[in-house]
Design a protein around this ligand. Structure first.
Ligand code: MF3
Ligand code: CO
Ligand code: CO
Length: 322
């Protein structure tokens, strides 16, 4: 996921008319800006969602438009998504008390390479690992290392495999041995949130319908939705338009059209939604140290509904994985 970008939709807090966008302070920080603290000093402009039919000559960069992809893109995303999902499948038996997150990352890197794909997170924005492994109160972007997993931990493993330039980006939660019911419930509801978001990804709906479906379900269970990170367009570009917020109002935001390809990756907290970034400049943790969970799929919009590129070939989409 990416930190909320500079050109982020206005929040209710800023009391802007719905659909208005806030322009940033100029420079685009590494992963986008974190908040609208200085909203009062910023300028506003009317909403302008543009769509771009991808051809062979379309720039492999963010262009500001939402890309509409053809059959070749869907075929490429299927291959990349499958390798990413198979890598998560292969990690299932390794997640046990005593194993370190660094060991899991080494395995993930080797598996992606052995499958003929590129572990693109290595070197991305200075990141040095194939996966992000986020344990317990870590929301996302946990850095793999020497720390061993303990019985009762919950963790997210997020990895991306690139095939012929196509990015398959996916993450799942894992449970270490016996996990308290409270944590298992959070994991179950977070998976339900992802899938409710996916089900809302049909042509004619809007992005806000996806966010709303997720938020409604999370808040029904008295959990909170993390605001500081969003899902994203994906394809030949890792983090592309549009930003996919995991909260929202029905009928708002850009219309969903066939050919759109993006991730949905809700981060759901037991406590408050606030996060802070640790001194390593990556690790995001809940401010109140409450548990956080996340699942991610890369999907494409077709005439008849969503296609999930990162389904588990082994049916291991969510725990328990026995
Ligand atoms: N896979 C993450 C996402 O879901 C991004 C990780 S970037 C990294 O968008 F550099 F931290 F690996
Ligand atoms: Co992502
Ligand atoms: Co990811």
């Amino acid at each position: 996921m990416v930190r909320r970008p500079v050109h982020a939709p206005a929040t209710n807090k800023t009391r802007l008319p719905a659909g208005f966008f806030v322009s940033g302070s100029g420079e685009r920080p590494r992963c986008g800006s974190r908040s609208l603290e200085n909203a009062a000093q910023r300028t506003y402009f009317a909403p302008m969602t543009t769509y771009l039919d991808v051809t062979a000559t379309t720039p492999r960069t963010r262009t500001g438009a939402i890309k509409l992809h053809g059959p070749d893109a869907f075929a490429g995303m299927r291959r990349a998504g499958r390798i990413a999902a198979e890598t998560l499948d292969a990690l299932v038996p390794l997640v046990k008390p005593g194993v370190s997150t660094g060991d899991l990352d080494d395995f993930a890197r080797d598996a992606i390479v052995a499958a003929g794909a590129v572990p693109i997170n290595i070197g991305y924005q200075g990141y040095r690992h194939a996966s992000c492994i986020s344990v317990n109160h870590v929301v996302c972007h946990g850095i793999p290392g020497d720390k061993a997993l303990s019985e009762g931990d919950i963790l997210n493993i997020d990895l991306t495999a690139v095939v012929d330039g196509w990015h398959g980006d996916t993450s799942r939660m894992f449970l270490v041995g016996d996990v308290p019911l409270k944590a298992k419930r959070l994991v179950d509801v977070t998976y339900e949130c992802l899938m409710l978001g996916v089900e809302a990804a049909v042509p004619g709906n809007r992005l806000g319908d996806i966010g709303h479906a997720i938020q409604r379900h999370a808040e029904k269970h008295r959990y909170s939705v993390v605001r500081d990170f969003v899902g994203h367009g994906v394809g030949l570009v890792y983090h592309d338009e549009p930003d996919v917020h995991h909260y929202g109002r029905p009928g708002t935001g850009p219309e969903l059209r066939p050919g759109m390809i993006f991730t949905i990756e809700p981060m759901i907290n037991i406590g408050k939604p606030g996060v802070k970034i640790l001194d390593d400049d990556w690790t995001a943790v809940t401010r109140d140290r409450s548990l956080s969970a996340q699942f991610e799929h890369s999907i494409g919009i077709t005439e008849t509904g969503p296609e999930i590129f990162t389904q588990s070939p082994k049916g291991l989409n969510h725990p328990p994985y026995r």
